[in-house]
Write a protein that binds this ligand. Structure first.
Ligand code: TYD
Length: 142
């Protein structure tokens, strides 16, 4: 995504996606495929676990697209576009949150044993992060 689009992005572009699931007497299996179930190619996967009470996140990305899934447990993801905020509850392994670039995010309210898997459209790049909220507001208004 171009930076201009990321500067203008809003929380209304983010949504919960029902992940495909297959079930039979052996239980459930869910699948996420590049560009079929999510609108980007996955270049990186990371996951958060054994999170204590403090919140994580508290940053924005300029270009990175993400798809977040609580494969176990539950957490809240609050997205903020500088004008509006929206909180999504991730509490099922077949519910994923599509996060567009250019949004401040806070992850909190992790239940015990939660694993939050994040599929990312780019490799790790420290320069893609905005870690200061005032800087984020300046970016959105520039
Ligand atoms: P950080 O981005 O601060 O975590 P959060 O998403 O909760 O804000 O990342 C924590 C540390 O992990 C930081 O030193 C950077 C490192 N890291 C990588 O090296 N590669 C990655 O893909 C990610 C997501 C983090």
């Amino acid at each position: 995504m171009q930076s201009n689009k990321s500067k203008q992005s809003t929380v209304s572009e983010c949504r919960i996606v029902d992940i495909r699931k297959y079930s039979d007497s052996r239980g459930y299996l869910s699948v996420i495929e590049n560009s079929i179930d999510i609108p980007f190619d996955i270049k990186r996967i990371y996951y958060l676990y054994m999170v204590p009470e403090a919140a994580r996140g508290a940053h924005a990305h300029k270009e990175l697209q993400q798809f977040m899934v609580a494969t176990s447990g539950s957490l809240n993801v609050t997205l903020d576009d500088g004008t509006n905020k929206k909180t999504f509850v991730l509490d099922r392994p077949w519910k994923g949150l599509l996060v567009v670039p250019g949004l401040w995010r806070t992850l909190d309210n992790f239940s015990g044993g939660t694993v939050c898997m994040v599929l990312a459209s780019e490799k790790y790049e420290a320069e893609d992060y905005i870690r200061d909220y005032d800087e984020f507001l300046k970016y959105k208004n520039s």
